[in-house]
Design a protein around this ligand. Structure first.
Ligand SMILES: *Cc1c(COP(=O)(O)O)cnc(C)c1O
Length: 385
């Protein structure tokens, strides 16, 4: 079965008891037990709920995984995984990492004595050299946010396997539609389902998928005792959103490709970061491990004044934090995701005052191109190329 059929039929998508065409919302905290002599499959909604199970099965199927757990947010999913490590453990992580994950490492995990080394994710030697005798796991995110650097997943997995380490990946940007890390040997896949999986900017949700029963038991325990479960209505909305993920991604990618090509040629644009462009340094690896460059790109204008002129002239994309919605979303890392990073550190990472990130929605490609062009025309700085 291919992805788009699988999204509709590749899991228990219909209610088995009544035939209902969507899984019912089991709005309950507890379940009447047939006997007190023994337990039954569902007893209390924090431990398990049929609506949540349905979403978990759907997402596991899309990632070619056996097990999934649904959390109240992407961060809740990431915390459940990373707080499975303990005192004295060491992890190697990519340096271009989601801001919330960075904060979790520095402000929470440090208190629990979990050590982390951040490495240049594009350099396999750097991953290997960071491994210590107490290293337990490797954590990556590809393509990265907001500069879209690409990490060689299979390369990192082979290093991890040689050292007996567990590999974890945040697959939010690619979605299982384009990148299936479990097939490449990764042990644990994490999603902020808030983004493309739900896709409608109306739910905050997180997911963890694995094929490893020992890890699944551990993550299920974390879900149960940390308690960050996804509520049933949000489970239902996420399943509804998931069904159209293929079509949404297809349209968004078509536009993202055209937009990145247009921006690359434009005299007001200094640089475009999109792994679907031939001159992107990670283009070849991206092509090997994913079936598309995705629907997120970033680009650099001359300076902050150009950014403000452009953003204020733009009519279609909404200016907002987040990505992966049906609407195009323009983010300014300097005042949004990277506002708490000191200027010097931010610039060192390549997040300059001219950098904008665009999450391409499902609007008509021509309308987006026209809008972007008219807003770029308002900038009077021309870049020498
Ligand atoms: C948004 C995001 C997260 C955090 O997810 P929430 O649902 O906001 O908690 C983690 N990783 C990536 C790559 C994200 O884009």
């Amino acid at each position: 079965m291919e992805n788009n059929t699988k999204l509709i039929h590749g899991y228990r998508a219909f209610d088995e008891t009544t035939g209902a065409s969507s899984i019912p919302i089991y709005q309950c905290s507890t379940f009447k037990q047939t006997t007190i002599r023994e337990g039954q499959p569902y007893t209390y909604s924090r431990f398990g709920n049929p609506t949540r199970t349905a979403l978990e099965e759907a997402v596991a199927a899309m990632e070619n995984g056996k097990y999934a757990t649904a959390f109240a947010s992407g961060m809740s999913a990431i915390s459940a995984v990373l707080l499975s490590f303990g005192q004295g453990d060491h992890l190697v992580m990519c340096k271009s990492i989601y801001g919330g994950t960075f904060q979790l490492v520095n402000e929470v995990m440090q208190r629990f004595g979990i050590e982390v080394t951040f490495v240049d994710e594009t350099n396999l030697t750097a991953w290997e050299e960071a491994i210590q005798p107490n290293t337990k796991g490797i954590y990556l995110e590809t393509p990265s946010n907001p500069l879209l650097s690409v990490t060689d997943i299979a390369g990192v997995v082979s290093i991890a396997k040689a050292h007996g380490l567990v590999t974890m990946i945040d697959n939010t940007f690619m979605t299982p539609q384009f990148q299936k890390p479990l097939d490449l040997g990764v042990d644990i896949v994490i999603h902020s389902a808030t983004k493309f999986i739900n896709g409608h900017s109306d739910v905050v949700a997180g997911l963890v998928i694995t094929n490893n029963p020992v890890w699944h038991d551990q993550i299920y325990l974390q879900q149960k005792v940390l308690g960050g479960i996804l509520g049933v209505e949000d489970c239902w909305l996420t399943m509804r959103g998931l069904k159209t993920m293929g079509l949404r991604m297809e349209q968004s990618v078509r536009s993202a490709e055209k937009i990145s090509q247009m921006l690359e040629q434009h005299p007001a644009v200094k640089k475009v970061n999109y792994p679907g462009l031939k001159n992107h340094p990670g283009y070849k690896i991206q092509k090997q491990q994913a079936s598309s460059g995705g629907a997120v790109l970033s680009f650099e204008l001359a300076n902050q004044e150009a950014v403000f002129t452009f953003a204020e002239a733009l009519k279609i994309p909404i200016a907002a934090v987040s990505l992966g919605g049906v609407e195009s979303i323009l983010s300014y890392p300097v005042t949004m995701s990277h506002a708490c990073v000191p200027k010097e550190e931010r610039e060192k990472q390549g997040v300059t005052e001219g950098l904008l990130r665009l999450s391409v929605g499902i609007e008509d490609t021509t309308d987006l191109l026209t809008d972007l062009r008219q807003a770029l025309a308002k900038i009077d700085v021309k870049i020498e190329k």
